[in-house]
Design a protein around this ligand. Structure first.
Ligand SMILES: NC(=O)c1ccc[n+]([C@@H]2O[C@H](COP(=O)([O-])OP(=O)(O)OC[C@H]3O[C@@H](n4cnc5c(N)ncnc54)[C@H](OP(=O)(O)O)[C@@H]3O)[C@@H](O)[C@H]2O)c1
Length: 331
């Protein structure tokens, strides 16, 4: 398939004229090198995309770059015999919109070592409803289970539950057989969170505790917000439970005590989706497309925009207004 001389892309610059982003026409030769070119179908918006697109977080390590840490589409050119024209692939993280051009464009050039053949149980659109958010929730569960997390330890709490990672974690953890307690600042989303699989929905204040250790209400959980909420989750986790830390939507700080670790054997597990090794990456996608695939993926795709809609979504997200996932339809 021939690639047009130029195509639209949402590109981010930082130079003497300042930090700015917007739609431009690019040619394929202007993209970072890679073995395969895909006609991109969908991308998504993650918190990191909002930080990168607005310049409110230091995400890009070189400029200019096309934004978008996620992309899915069909191969149109390949220099790697493992991929052929027409193959459906997805890519999340792996340097997209950090060190190389990302997914907010009609075409993306990828390093084939990071391109995942679309698993049989997923469509391109579904892959991007999951995207980095679903991958992160799945990776957290994989790592917790590797450290012996089990439904018998008690319910898993999910903080920032209405957000992308949070809502997917609610759906994925419940699909995997856990009782899920969603913690959200949005009382009006309780019904929606229950429909995704939450057994209980708690307000943010219901989790808070100043004590180094409190009653063990949870078998563990996934924290997307950091700060006092992560402390509270650690303090209320049962013996040998795991708390995965993925986000900093409230704060990058953590003031806590060693008590849950040394008295209850609680583990704090880091989740870094962008740099996950290929073997673990394949395993998470295998689970997300089979026994962990949320039953309500379409209900999680709450918004769909074109490239022109990105700046407004970024602002909304950074203001804490996220609900589910925003898909980006590529031209
Ligand atoms: N480690 C990784 O690999 C990885 C991967 C993806 C994302 N992340 C991080 O995970 C976090 C969530 O990402 P996302 O894409 O899911 O973002 P998102 O869709 O914007 O969700 C963030 C959610 O956090 C909650 N929140 C926002 N501000 C808050 C505050 N001040 N205090 C308490 N809760 C607050 C809100 O949920 P409620 O209103 O329901 O409480 C919001 O919906 C971000 O910090 C992101 O950088 C990390």
């Amino acid at each position: 398939m021939s690639i047009p001389a130029t195509f639209p892309a949402f590109r981010i610059h930082s130079d003497a004229a300042g930090y700015r982003s917007g739609i431009e026409s690019l040619s394929i030769d202007e993209l970072a090198p890679g073995e395969i070119v895909i006609k991109a179908a969908y991308s998504s918006v993650n918190y990191k995309d909002a930080l990168a697109g607005t310049g409110r977080g230091k995400i890009l390590r070189r400029f200019p770059l096309v934004g978008g840490i996620d992309v899915a589409g069909h191969v149109v050119q390949s220099r790697d015999p493992a991929f052929r024209e027409g193959d459906a692939v997805l890519c999340t993280g792996c340097g997209l919109s950090e060190t190389r051009d990302g997914g907010y464009a009609a075409y993306a050039r990828l390093e084939s070592r990071w391109a995942i053949p679309l698993p049989a149980g997923l469509g391109l659109r579904e892959a991007m409803v999951l995207g980095t958010a679903g991958f992160t929730a799945g990776l957290a569960l994989l790592r917790m289970q590797d450290n012996h997390q089990h439904p018998d330890l008690g319910p898993l709490a999910v903080t920032g539950a209405s957000g992308g990672v949070g809502s997917l974690a609610v759906a994925i953890f419940s699909r995997a057989g856990y009782t899920v307690h969603a913690v959200s600042g949005k009382a009006d989303q309780a019904g929606w969170l229950r429909s995704l699989g939450a057994a209980e929905v708690l307000g943010r204040e219901a989790l808070s505790t100043p004590r180094p250790m409190d009653s063990a209400r949870f078998g563990g959980g996934l924290d997307n917000v950091g700060g006092p909420m992560l402390h509270a989750l650690l303090a209320q986790t049962a013996p040998y439970g795991n708390v995965a830390t993925a986000g900093l939507a409230a704060s990058p700080e953590l003031a806590t005590s060693v008590m849950p670790f040394i008295i209850r054997g609680v583990s704090l597990i880091g989740v870094a989706s962008a740099g996950t090794a290929r073997g673990q990456r394949d395993e998470v996608w295998r689970r997300l497309s089979s026994d962990w695939k949320p039953a309500h993926l379409e209900a999680l795709a709450t918004r769909e925009v074109g490239l022109e809609g990105l700046p407004a979504v970024f602002e909304d997200m950074l203001a804490g207004n996220s609900r589910g996932r925003t898909l980006v339809r590529l031209p």
